[in-house]
Design a protein around this ligand. Structure first.
Ligand code: F6R
Length: 596
């Protein structure tokens, strides 16, 4: 979703901001803009669409050392030049970029801005106009910004420039991420460390309702009421190489092929020198002593949670319920006597999960997050965290984070109470090898995608038991990047209605990895075949038949989702590639969904 970058220092700011915005592209956006302070003036350039259009439009002759930039994912008002950020106050004194949503926009307009002409349809413009109004009424700039913060309801990460003080960059945060990056002779602000990592790896965490005053030599953090906050910076261990595509045409392909390494990395992070699983005793104690685990997540992470439930219930006999975060908020299930909450989130910033977390914290329950992003909101605000160690995931469609989530869930489940005799780490290292061999079969996936998917309007993935959960993720992958309408369906349920949608050549992909459901799923495949479907089967060797399109080497059945998803990720990738879709940045989607 929206991303902001700000820089103050000694280098021409244009390229720094543009590169920062490019690093935020993965979050999803539909327009972008930049403001540069120069010669007591502010230069603004905005464009609808991609950052390369913004790059082309920028006046190269402008040079400045203070600037802010923004990628916008439209919420209020259509994606066009007028609505894109930065926005300016009426006199042009203040210029601002904003990530988040202001909920009391109308109320503030009526209360404070009756005579003020607004130029855009955004909620953001209200913020910059309010700051100017309070300054015009005699408040010093920092007070005016803090006063404005106290009036705002909703979420915001802000970077603000005052034309009358070009030595200061202001920032503010509430309920949406903001970090300050500390450099040598320069400082930065951004909603994501990724935008600053080429310049610094030292960051200050900024908390809700905090206000920032940044110069090229200092970063000062204040509470909303103006008290100075003392905080040490932390060092981020992101390798800039990890954020590059290298020789890969797309991040998604790179990330699919990184999965064997991610699994090996997880094994090494979660085992000691004797090969024993290493998870904090406090975490184990809390999970053991709860009487039900509630997994809260969205999208792909929710699908990983469904597999996690199988692990907790089958490996460690711990009752588990998986709830979509946005549903939990307004329709909370009847909770068990001693619940524990487990948040699964690649980004650690998903607003729907954060809302559940704040509700749960008020109720006093124990919380754990599985996330890929150290320092993210869901990382910081819970009792315990388990990192995914997947490395930065840039493509909007999640691949390696999904398998990393499943692997970490398996390790956790097996260390709570291993009633099923399974050496998870040994099985995971077999899985890493099988993943590797699956990754060497790309031509096959490409030709299957060409034969079955490229010219199809819709598609089904069907399976039973664990395979059904993989089907849900497989179908999400295909639909989100190729725009082919795809449903993941329990194979046995089709005949209760949905089979009506099967027509001549409708692609139906069966996933079969479990011995006990093999024959049943195959019968369901024959039922759709009889109605004209073009069927394809992805199976595990021990249950395979000669006609199956993709056969995966045997792995432990319980962990089979980790390998069964790989061909499906490739099929989605190649279907999107052959259709000419924007694979890493599919339409309408954002990587980090920071609005509810
Ligand atoms: C799909 C995808 C999304 C995310 C979802 C939750 O490929 O990436 O469905 O899984 O938006 O995001 P996180 O895991 O960051 O909470």
């Amino acid at each position: 979703m929206c991303g902001i970058v700000g820089y103050i220092g000694f280098k021409d700011v244009k390229e720094i901001i543009l590169r920062g915005l490019e690093k935020l592209e993965y979050r999803g956006y539909d327009s972008a803009g930049i403001a540069v302070a120069y010669n007591n003036n502010i230069y603004i350039c905005k464009e609808k669409g991609r950052i390369y259009s913004l790059r082309e439009s920028i006046d190269r002759s402008i040079t400045g050392y203070l600037g802010i930039g923004h990628t916008r994912w439209a919420t209020h008002g259509e994606p066009n030049k007028t609505n894109s950020h930065p926005h300016q106050s009426s006199t042009g004194r203040f210029t601002l970029v904003h990530n988040g949503i202001i909920e009391n926009e109308e109320e503030l307009k009526n209360k404070y801005l009756q005579g003020v002409k607004l130029n855009s349809d955004t909620d953001t413009e209200i913020i910059v106009q309010l700051i100017e109004k309070f300054v015009n009424e005699g408040e010093p700039v920092d007070l005016a910004i803090r006063h404005t913060m106290s009036e705002l309801k909703g979420s915001y990460a802000l970077a603000i420039i005052d034309k009358e003080d070009m030595d200061t960059l202001y920032g503010a945060k509430n309920k949406t991420p903001l970090l300050a990056g500390k450099g040598d002779g320069f400082n930065m602000l951004s909603s994501d460390a990724m935008a600053m990592i080429d310049y610094t790896n030292l960051f200050y965490e900024i908390k809700d309702k905090e206000f920032l005053k940044v110069t090229k030599d200092s970063i000062e953090i204040f509470t909303i009421s103006g008290e100075k906050v003392t905080r040490k910076p932390y060092k981020a261990d992101i390798d800039t190489i990890d954020t590059e595509k290298g020789t890969y045409p797309h991040y998604m392909l790179k990330e699919i092929e990184e999965q064997p390494f991610v699994i090996r990395k997880i094994i090494s992070e979660y085992t000691d020198e004797n090969g024993n699983i290493k998870i904090s005793p406090d975490i184990l104690q809390d999970v053991r002593s709860c009487n039900k685990v509630y997994i809260i997540a969205c999208g792909t992470s929710y699908h990983a949670g469904l597999i996690g439930k199988q692990f907790f219930e089958k490996i460690s006999k711990k009752p588990t319920e998986v709830v979509i975060a946005s549903e939990f908020i307004y329709n909370m299930p009847l909770l068990s006597e001693k619940p524990m909450f487990m948040f699964i989130s690649q980004s650690g910033e998903t607003a729907d999960c954060i809302s559940v977390l704040s509700k749960i914290k008020d109720m006093g329950y124990k919380t754990l997050t599985l996330t890929n992003v150290k320092g993210s909101t869901l990382y910081r605000e819970v009792d315990h965290t388990l990192l995914l160690h997947a490395g930065p995931e840039i493509a909007v469609a999640s691949t390696k984070a999904y398998t990393a989530q499943i692997a970490v869930l398996a390790i956790l489940a097996s260390s709570i109470d291993n009633r099923v005799n399974i050496d998870v780490c040994k099985e995971l290292s077999i899985i890493a090898n099988v993943m590797e061999s699956l990754c060497s079969d790309k031509e096959k996936y490409k030709s299957l995608a060409e034969k079955y998917l490229v010219n199809s309007r819709n598609c089904f993935y069907i399976g039973r038991s664990m395979d059904y959960h993989v089907c849900l993720e497989a179908s999400l992958k295909l639909k989100e990047i190729s725009y082919i309408q795809t449903e993941g369906f329990p194979a046995g349920e089709l005949k209760h209605g949905t089979i009506a949608l099967i027509e001549k050549n409708t692609p139906v992909i069966g996933i079969i990895t479990q011995e006990k459901i093999n024959l049943n799923t195959r019968s369901n495949i024959r039922e759709v075949e009889a109605r004209g479907a073009a069927t394809m089967i992805i199976s595990m060797k021990k249950v395979s038949q000669d006609t199956d399109a993709i056969v995966i080497d045997n792995v432990n059945e319980l962990l089979s989702p980790l390998v069964a998803i790989i061909p499906a990720q490739y099929l989605a990738y190649y279907a999107a590639l052959l259709k000419g879709c924007d694979i890493d940045k599919p339409r309408n989607l954002a990587k980090s969904v920071t609005v509810e």
